[in-house]
Design a protein around this ligand. Sequence first.
Ligand code: NAP
Length: 327
Amino acid sequence: MRSRTFGRTGRRVSEIGFGAWAIGAGWGHVDESDAIAALNEALDCGMTFIDTADVYGDGRSERLIARVLKERGGERPFVATKAGRRLPAQVVAGYSRDNLNAWIDRSLKNLEVERLDLVQLHCPPTDLYYHPEVFGYLDDLVTAGKIANYGVSVERVEEALKAIDYPGVVSVQIIFNIFRLRPADVFFDLAKRRNVAVIARVPLASGLLAGKFKPETKFEETDHRQFNRHGEAFDVGETFSGVPYDVGLAAVEKIRPLVGSGSMAQFALRWILMFDAVTVVIPGARNAAQARSNAQAAQPQALGPETMAELRAIYDRDTRPHVHQRW
Ligand SMILES: NC(=O)c1ccc[n+]([C@@H]2O[C@H](COP(=O)([O-])OP(=O)(O)OC[C@H]3O[C@@H](n4cnc5c(N)ncnc54)[C@H](OP(=O)(O)O)[C@@H]3O)[C@@H](O)[C@H]2O)c1
């Protein structure tokens, strides 16, 4: 597994990490044994970066990570968590010093550590980025030794541009995949110049880019691909990247002939790794087989310029009209 430097922290992390949302909740039923096997497989395959959040299964994801890391012992991976979504309503005033302290104390307990490697504000309202006092509270948590670093997880590219004005922001997590490539056009150069780490999330467009879904595919009631298809519970961009399901399926069929050896999921991950501004890509995995397959995408073969151009053309024609001006 190759690694990249996580921005100004200087930490080296595997270029493919483990997205730990599905082992928390929100993706239908995931057995605890499958979740634990997925994590172990990811670590066995050399992943040294895990992304979780305090709200994934109301702490289940964080607690499972703590349990697996304790059982394995040895060198710890870099564990990034998030805070902010425990608020009943997303208002800037909710990101108070007291709330941040309480959320972080809870994550410290769930993850069984004395200091968190990275805390990301979890898709706060756009207006939060115009409240420097919140970043001051985070600076104070660094000074207090409760968190080593902080970053942001954003919905909109403009939020990313504003967030990295704050010198303490070491990383930006953003949706970036074959269906959502505006960050590469607008944000990546600046992130590189400022040495800000970029975490590419939803790399498989919630599984669409694995090429296995059909128009009639059914998802469980407790899977956001069923209950959030139109943004009923949270930002619709988190579900299939905000691309209408039928549009996504049609685009997948145009991508399929370009895939070559390996699976389409691996091809989609490799495409992301072609962008050197990306520090780590974090596919979600719900079992050991997916974790292994995702880890194996980190092979040195580059995609050729013709393939990159064809994928860009598919974006421009098929998905761009649905997403480019929205996020
Ligand atoms: N607001 C935020 O900050 C935020 C929001 C979303 C995600 N994230 C983070 O980003 C991570 C990744 O995003 P995501 O989980 O939403 O979406 P994703 O990585 O695009 O898709 C994950 C899904 O793709 C399928 N899959 C994964 N590996 C596969 C493989 N090798 N072959 C075939 N199918 C495969 C699985 O779906 P099946 O169920 O169909 O098997 C899996 O649940 C999350 O786990 C989380 O850590 C953060």
